[in-house]
Write a new protein. Structure first.
Length: 167
């Protein structure tokens, strides 16, 4: 995982990659079988074949975070997209917990799509394993996989509507 991404997520308490991240993105790069199995179980990626999952695996880092680790802060700039592989993430808007995300759920897309500050603070609830995709890789994901793009945009619209109701 690039050091700046880990620092942005954890500051003094850095996230530890599960395995080293690829330095260059290449369609020839292969993801591990374990990583492919995890990606297959994520509903967002359900329509992707093995080769697509392998390409996707090269775009993402896997990280384990501890209970209470803040992933995003409301009002701050967003640089990462997250998929919960195991564990849970609490979503807090304006000081109130509005939802808890679990295995297969994703977060962080709103700030990456519109370029504006994060709409919520999110934190791990218990030990949590995440797939983390940086800003550039997120846009590559959206360009390369139209079915994933559609799912992300549908979820984004739903979340924006829900946030408008809360505020």
């Amino acid at each position: 995982m690039p050091r700046d991404r880990a620092a942005a997520l954890g500051g003094a308490h850095r996230l530890t990659p599960v395995r080293p991240a690829p330095r260059a993105i290449s369609s020839a790069a292969m993801a591990t079988d374990e990583k492919l199995e995890q990606l297959k179980r994520v509903p967002l990626f359900a329509g992707l074949g093995r080769q697509d999952l392998q390409e996707l695996g090269t775009l993402a880092d896997e990280v384990d975070v501890v209970d209470g680790r803040v992933l995003t802060r409301q009002g701050e700039t967003g640089e990462e997209f997250f998929v919960v592989l195991d564990g849970a993430v609490e979503v807090d808007v304006n000081g109130s917990v509005v939802s808890t995300l679990g295995k297969g759920d994703f977060l962080g897309e709103i700030a990456l799509v519109d370029g504006k500050p994060r709409t919520a603070t999110t934190r791990a609830v218990g030990p949590t394993r995440l797939m983390v995709i940086g800003h550039r890789q997120f846009h590559q994901l959206m360009d390369d996989f139209p079915t994933v793009k559609t799912c992300v945009l549908e979820a984004l619209a739903e979340r924006v509507r829900r946030n408008e109701t809360i505020q």
